[in-house]
Design a protein around this ligand. Sequence first.
Ligand SMILES: Cc1cc2nc3c(=O)[nH]c(=O)nc-3n(C[C@H](O)[C@H](O)[C@H](O)COP(=O)(O)OP(=O)(O)OC[C@H]3O[C@@H](n4cnc5c(N)ncnc54)[C@H](O)[C@@H]3O)c2cc1C
Length: 465
Amino acid sequence: MPQSEHFDVVILGSGQGGKLLAWKLARSGKRVAVVERRWVGGSCPAVACMPSKNELWSARVAHMVRHAAEFGTLTGEIRTDMRKVLRRKQDMVDREIAIHLQAYKESGAKLIMGAGRFVGPKVIEVALNDGGARTLDGAEIVLNLGSHAAIPAIPGLGAARPLTHIEALELDTLPSHLIVLGGGYVGVETAQTFRRFGSGVTIIEPGRQLMGREDPDVAQEIETVLRNEGVEVMLNVQPEGVSGVSGATVAVNARTADGKRKIEGSHLLVAVGRIPNTAGIDLDKAGVELDARGFIRVNERLQTSAPGVWAIGECAGSPQFTHVSVDDFRIVADNMAGGARKTSDRLVPYVMFTDPPLARVGLSEAEAQRQGVPVRVGRLPMSQVLRTEATGEKTGFMKVVVSAGDDRILGFAMIGAEAGEVVAVVQTAMMAGLPHTKLRDAVISHLTMAEGLGFLFAIVPERSA
Ligand SMILES: Cc1cc2nc3c(=O)[nH]c(=O)nc-3n(C[C@H](O)[C@H](O)[C@H](O)COP(=O)(O)OP(=O)(O)OC[C@H]3O[C@@H](n4cnc5c(N)ncnc54)[C@H](O)[C@@H]3O)c2cc1C
């Protein structure tokens, strides 16, 4: 084994939180190494959030141009050039890589490209991408390993070489028909993207609704949006086997309420959930325990079972969003400096970037019911938000869940244009502990989407005496 190089902090995996921690600690004078096997900057800028939203935006432009005549702009025939879509996406990724490399250089944190695994407590051996190996030890270790797409054990699926989001984002030709296994947010966003580029798309979802965590009315609205654009949505469908090869011809044999069905397409995308990247790196040699699903066991300060070893982001079982990985970084940085911030004191919003987008924060109506929390619910169609008269973006609704016993806002969901911006307004009010009547009576600029909040909060039923 080569002689070990000592660092104050070694970070395994350069996810969103890990790299920010590395730069912060290195700027403060610590000797920091980051080990990354593939993506400078982790998955968000390379293969996940940013490239998927980049291509979604290209698809939105295609959709708007297709509907331009409704707004008085006349165009000719519309076609998508996937090579240009891909080039635009790759240019963004390349810019991101350059920005990240600059941050490593400027902060002094060492980026070591290779695959790391533990060879002892707080000792990591790195198989370098360029060949050879290095051994690193750290006074503190941070694990920011991320996750990868799950490929379920369906006969024939592996042999069909399905796409995950990574390969889907590399397509330079348009699938004639994309089958999407899984109706969660990755599946739904990708379905809308390719439908708008011009592909036929079928979503196969084993559950009763798309977006299993959302209220049924929210899921139904998303389904309607997709169906109206020509996406075939199949619910309660159990895939039993796959034949053919994605990229040529591929078929999913499935059980439905109406009997067996064969769903045929040119490409197959699997988007059925994520598996943490915790296998095969000998975490047991570091004394780091996993839970039954393979996530690293952490406490509320993101400390693992091994003293001096922390975990950040998806591998630690944190909600699977970039902004949560960022907040995990803040929690670890605070605790390393003697603070006591915890994961339990945060409110986590999220956005699905379809058009219109879905945004959520706090409790859903169904979650309140399951937890036995008495609530009042207000629901406002987007067609009643005045701005939509100007833009035509009338699809969707806003929905707020307010405590029945007092005026606390417990949750908010919105499917509608700019939902991702509007949710931040409600989140801020929730964090400040404002009663819903404050937002009801607030003066909000006309003609904004957020103006709709005044109308929404005004229709929340009165508190019973
Ligand atoms: C298609 C898609 C779209 C998404 N869109 C959004 C979005 O719009 N908004 C949002 O908030 N979230 C989104 N997410 C989720 C988001 O990408 C992640 O939650 C976020 O990147 C945080 O990940 P992380 O910090 O846990 O780890 P990651 O960013 O995944 O980083 C982990 C890194 O560790 C490296 N690694 C793993 N094991 C080793 C090893 N043994 N040695 C060396 N390196 C290793 C990996 O190569 C990887 O680069 C999306 C995810 C997907 C799949």
